[in-house]
Design a protein around this ligand. Structure first.
Ligand code: PMP
Length: 395
């Protein structure tokens, strides 16, 4: 026995972001590194009231073991809300999970054998890379840019041996902030229709659109092969760890087995709190407040970047969500920039952990959800200074 650890865990990277966030505790540092929803919008008083109602209505039974699929009323609420958005997802096809992060793990457990092909966006969501890495798939990275997925690269990956799964975040992607256009979604769906590849559509930012019009979900384009993940983390609170997974019935059957093996069921106490919160409050109004603030903060970041960054830095212009993505000139790396920027008291996430096969990249993720507009301007000025300093060392 060479190691006490399983082969499964040995090569899975630690979360790089959690390491960086240790630096962010210093209050003089402006952090664009986090990926957190803004705590100012946690509906604390409303949740306190909802807790009272849970105790009044359910009494001690709320602490009993319960069913694996999750609270029926909450699943009905989710199904009904999708219906209003023209998505037909019956209650039986919805499973409540401990955050959508658990959904990713359950899908890995249920669908992936070692070496199975898995199409992943490049750059892609770090948490998905980590969750799927446990199951040792063969990652097939496909680049994404302003319009969405690179169709030629997707076609090539499919021709070189039809991967079993594809993972996508089509709305305000983490880390890049990009969204797939209608045309790109239709083209991706057209390519996938000729294959057996299953699609995982991870959509936690969908409701956080502050510009432009809503786009068709892959669930509507490819209903028989799409597994849709959703979450209350970005629209109510992340701390309850509540998300959901919607899958066609024949796939759901096995996912429930994986869920039972993992934790029997998601906590019914918190599910019930959220359900009573939703019953008493107007979620649309609440989301609109979050959207307005994130929209203003995103605009402040874009305006300051436009004004202060060297013109050779490229960046995305998100229509929603919490992140934008910047690309330095080719001869610079984001890790070098980080060293200088942290001394200038501003931090971000260097892009490397969002790639499965690249290091020392010139890319960085900037978060705008947790910093007010004035502080964003100061932070971007500091970052612009750091970029200029780094450029000087290279010239
Ligand atoms: N998917 C994406 C794309 C995310 O950005 C996140 C959170 N950062 C998650 C899933 C996990 O969210 P949850 O809190 O629902 O587990």
């Amino acid at each position: 026995m060479d190691s006490i650890f399983s082969d499964r865990i040995t090569d899975v990277p630690r979360s790089f972001i959690r390491e960086i966030l240790k630096v962010a505790i210093d209050p003089t540092i402006i952090s664009f590194a986090g990926g957190l929803p803004n705590r100012a919008f946690f509906p604390v008083d409303e949740l306190r009231d909802a807790v009272g109602r849970v105790f009044d209505i359910n009494g001690r039974d709320i602490f009993q073991y319960s069913n694996s699929e999750g609270c029926l009323q909450l699943r009905e609420y989710i199904s009904h809300r999708y219906k209003k958005q023209n998505l037909n997802i019956p209650v039986e096809n919805i499973l409540i999970t401990s955050g959508s992060q658990q959904g990713l793990d359950l899908l890995g457990k249920t669908l992936l054998n070692e070496g199975d092909g898995l199409i992943i966006e490049q750059p892609g969501y770090l948490g998905a890379i980590q969750a799927f890495s446990i199951y040792k798939p063969a990652f097939c990275p496909v680049p994404v840019s302003d319009d969405g997925m690179n169709l030629q690269a997707l076609q090539q990956v499919i021709e070189s041996g039809e991967p079993k799964l594809m993972y996508t975040v089509p709305n305000f992607q983490n880390p890049s902030g990009i969204s797939y256009t209608e045309q790109n979604r239709a083209d991706v769906a057209h390519i996938l229709r000729k294959t057996k590849t299953l699609l995982i559509e991870d959509d936690p930012y969908r409701e956080l659109r502050f510009r432009g019009s809503g786009k068709t979900s892959f669930q509507a384009l490819l209903p028989d092969r799409t597994i849709l993940l959703g979450s209350f983390s970005k629209i109510i609170v992340p701390g309850f760890r509540l998300g959901w997974l919607a899958a066609p019935a024949h796939i759901m059957e096995k996912i429930i087995v994986a869920k039972q093996a993992t934790d029997l069921h998601t906590t019914h106490f918190t599910q019930s709190i959220i359900y009573h919160y939703l019953k008493q409050n107007n979620l649309e109004d609440h989301i609109a407040r979050i959207r307005d603030a994130y929209g203003r903060q995103c605009q402040a970041m874009l305006d300051s970047i436009e004004q202060y960054f060297p013109k050779s830095v490229k960046y995305t212009k998100p229509e929603g969500g919490m992140f934008l993505w910047a690309e330095l000139p080719d001869n610079l790396t984001a890790l070098e920039l980080f060293e200088i920027a942290v001394k200038d008291r501003v931090i971000f996430v260097p892009g490397d952990p969002f790639y499965v096969n690249k290091t020392n990249t010139n890319t960085l993720r900037l978060n705008f959800s947790c910093v007010d507009a004035e502080t964003i301007t100061v932070g971007i000025q500091r970052l612009a200074r750091a970029i200029n300093k780094l450029m000087e060392t290279k010239s």
